[in-house]
Each structure stands twice: as C-alpha cells, then as structure tokens.
Design a protein around this ligand. Structure first.
Ligand code: PLP
Length: 416
C-alpha cells in the first residue's frame, strides 16, 4: 500500500499532548497481533492470550439485533441508552439486590468506556486510587490519565471480612477504590462479610467505589458474586460497571453499561455525549433480548467453562514446579512459575515470549497486570481450541529449563 506521507518526508507529525504518554495498552491485544502475524507466516499458535469466549452469540440475541437492523433502527439513540434496555438493566440489577432506577443507567459501547468514564468522573489530579494488583491494566492507565495516582492492593488478600490489605494502603488522599470481583486475572471473589467491611472503610474515609462486575455471571461451584452496590451504605457511593461481552459472548457487539449514584448520572451522561454520543440501537435491542430472554445460554457457558477450568488448572498444577489454584470466577488461570524460572534467571516476560515465538502458545506475562503478577502467566480458557496441546507445550518448555524444581517429580509421581 502506498504511504500518504512518504518515509523520510520533512512533514512532521503534530506534537502529541503529554497526557497520552501516561496511557498503557492492554497487552492482550498486542500479543494477539503478534500471534496473528506468526499464524500468517504458517505457524500453529494456540490462543490463550485474549479473554474472548469462543461461543456463538445466542441465536435469539442475534435475531433481535438483525430484526432491529431490518426495522431500520439505525439512527442515533438517546445518549444514555434506549429506555427499554435501561429498564431491563435496572430489573436485572434488582435481582442482584441493587436498587437502581432506569434513570441511573448509562448504556455504553462495551464495559471499557464505562470504566473510563467512571474514573474520569471521580478522580481529581493528585487523588490516590486503590487498584487491584494483579488487576485489569486499564484501571491504572485511566487513573493516570485523570491525573490520579494508582495505589496497588492485593485482591486475593481480601476475604472473610478481612480488608487489612486495603486499610494498609488508605491515606488522607485516597478517593476511589476499584473492585473487580470475580477478578481478572486471578478470579478473586468478594464475600458479603468483606463487602460489609468495605462499607465501613468507605464510610470512614469517604471513598467512592468503582465495581467492575463483568464476570459476575461466570462463577464456579455455585460461588456467589454479591455486588457491593447491593449494600445500602455502598450503593450511593458506587458506580457499577458491567457488560455483555463475556457472559453472552458479545465481545464484538460492543455493549456495556454503568449503574450510577443518582446525583452523578446526569453528569456522566454528559461526559458520554462528549465521548461517543450513543450506543447503536440495534445492539441495544440485542442486549434486551440477552437480559430478558432465556438464561440457559449462560448456564451452558458456565458448565463448559467449568470443564475447561478443570482441564487447565489440573494440567498446570501437574507440571513439576508450577502451582495453579482454580479460580472462583472469570475464565483465566494464573499459574505461578516462580520456582522454575528463578533458578534459570528467566523473567516471566521472556518466558512468555519464548512460549509464543518458540512453542506456539500465546499467553500473557503476569506483569501485564501489575508488579504483583510477576512470576505468573495468565492463560484464558475462554476458547477451547488447542487447550491440551498448549498444556503439553508448556510442560515441555518448563522441562527444557532443566531447573531443579522443574525436574523434581510431583508428589503424585512419587506415589506411583
Ligand atoms: C475486568 C474487565 N473489565 C472490563 C473489560 C472490558 O469488557 P468489554 O469488552 O465489555 O469492553 C474486560 C475485558 O477483558 C475485563 O477483563
């Protein structure tokens, strides 16, 4: 393809604003791009990098979207979303104990813009924001973009009413706490006792909460995923973020939403008007079908993910020197490779790169999710293709390191 501006031309690109320098990408999209390049060169790559379900969007959802297109619902929507979808979201929220009026709901093109708008709406320059580490990399990026200071906390240390890990990080400048349960990448969950303790903490320090609940429908072993916003003290200080990408296999439709504290709703809608105007109506019609139609599709998704979780976590845990706990929710395994990598003096980023370039397995190094992810890989089991092949390749790559713990027999092997 010919370039509009020839290389070496004296025409200069405009100077970019410094605020762009604080943003980071998502990692998963970068690795996906490299994996796709390798495939174009004829290499066989197993994709465990991206959190994208391989299920088809449920037919009744597709049908609703197509019908809306045929009915020429192809014009602008009200900026906050069409009333019927805002109503359906409020009703579904009520089923989880969140009291919300349709007027508190902002529909967005994906959950990600809702995360971005929530952070831009709450964070002032110099504010400290507690973010999960390891956690979704967009949180610290958006916080810095707003001029805030991301302060990491360990999401896996929260539980049974113990919020010591949060207490240790709160200062007079702390303004917002970002929660993500079940969480990406560790699957960390929140129980009601912990939500109660968070409510006390939030009241004491006047914290706002952003609660990203995009994986709330994808939990295992009947694990509940209570919303912090169902707590009466937290609802007025919480922005709930959720979306359709994961539970309804709708990543490419781009549909998400925020449930806002009433006084904030109108202002955040104004921010959304500045950002994207509105979400396509035919996509919103599909969203109504997803929420109000049969939920069997979600149950089937959870059943299949449960099967994959078992294969992946058991397969990883059986690799000598590797430890992998089954996640309570979401669709990621987050195994710890520290004891096989440290003796080889190999960083997790180098190991992930070797797995991709040399073994054809695309994963993400845990450091993509923050410093506390060091030593771990994130493997998505949202797609089934090649899962067992990937496990075989990872096992072989670990064995090839030849480090003592990688060659030590597992307890099981010792027994047999
Ligand atoms: C924790 C978390 N929040 C939000 C999103 C974004 O979802 P969406 O596709 O709806 O923008 C993701 C996607 O991976 C995620 O893992």
């Amino acid at each position: 393809m010919s370039r509009l501006i020839p290389r070496g031309s004296s025409t200069r690109a405009p100077r970019h604003a410094a605020r762009l320098d604080v943003l980071n990408g998502e990692g998963a999209f970068d690795v996906l791009a490299r994996a796709t390049e390798l495939e174009a060169l004829g290499r066989d790559v197993v994709h465990l990098e991206i959190g994208e379900p391989d299920f088809a969007t449920p037919p009744h959802v597709v049908e609703a979207g197509v019908r809306a297109l045929r009915d020429r619902e192809t014009r602008y929507s009200p900026p906050a979303g069409i009333p019927a979808l805002r109503e359906a979201i409020a009703v579904t929220a009520a089923e989880r104990g969140i009291r919300a009026d349709p007027a508190d709901v902002l529909v967005t093109p994906g959950a990600k813009p809702a995360v971005f708008y929530a952070i831009l709406s709450l964070v002032e320059p110099g504010d400290e924001v507690l973010i999960p580490d390891p956690g979704f990399p967009i949180y610290p990026s958006a916080v810095r973009f707003a001029g805030g200071i991301p302060v990491p906390y360990a999401p896996d240390a929260l539980g049974r009413g113990d919020v010591g890990t949060l207490v240790a990080t709160v200062t007079p400048r702390t303004r917002v706490l970002i929660l993500n349960a079940p969480g990406n990448p560790t699957g960390a969950s929140l129980d009601t006792a912990t939500i109660e303790a968070i409510a006390t903490l939030a009241e004491r320090h006047d914290l706002a909460i952003v609660s990203d609940e995009i994986y709330a429908r994808l939990t295992y072993d009947g694990h509940p995923a209570p919303s912090p916003a169902a707590h009466p003290l937290l609802r007025p200080r919480t922005i709930v973020v959720d979306g359709f990408s994961k539970a309804y296999a709708m990543t490419g439709w781009r549909l998400g939403f925020a449930i806002l504290p009433p006084p904030l709703a109108e202002r955040v809608v104004t921010l959304a008007v500045n950002g994207h105007s509105c979400t396509p109506v035919f996509v919103q019609r599909a969203g109504i079908a997803a929420l109000t139609g049969p939920q069997r599709c979600v149950a089937d998704t959870v059943a299949e993910l449960t099967r994959r979780r078992e294969i992946v976590t058991a397969g990883l845990d059986a690799i000598p020197g590797v430890r992998c706990a089954p996640p309570a929710g979401a669709f990621y395994a987050f195994p710890d490779f520290t004891s096989v990598l440290a003796p080889a003096n190999l960083s997790i980023a180098t190991f992930a790169s070797q797995l991709l370039e040399g073994c054809g397995v695309a994963t993400l190094p845990g450091t993509t999710f923050g410093a506390a992810g060091d030593g771990h890989l994130r493997l998505s089991f949202a797609a089934a293709a090649g899962l067992r092949t990937a496990l075989d390749r990872i096992r072989a790559a670990v064995a090839a390191l030849g480090t003592p713990s990688a060659t030590r027999p597992t307890p099981q092997e010792t027994l047999t």
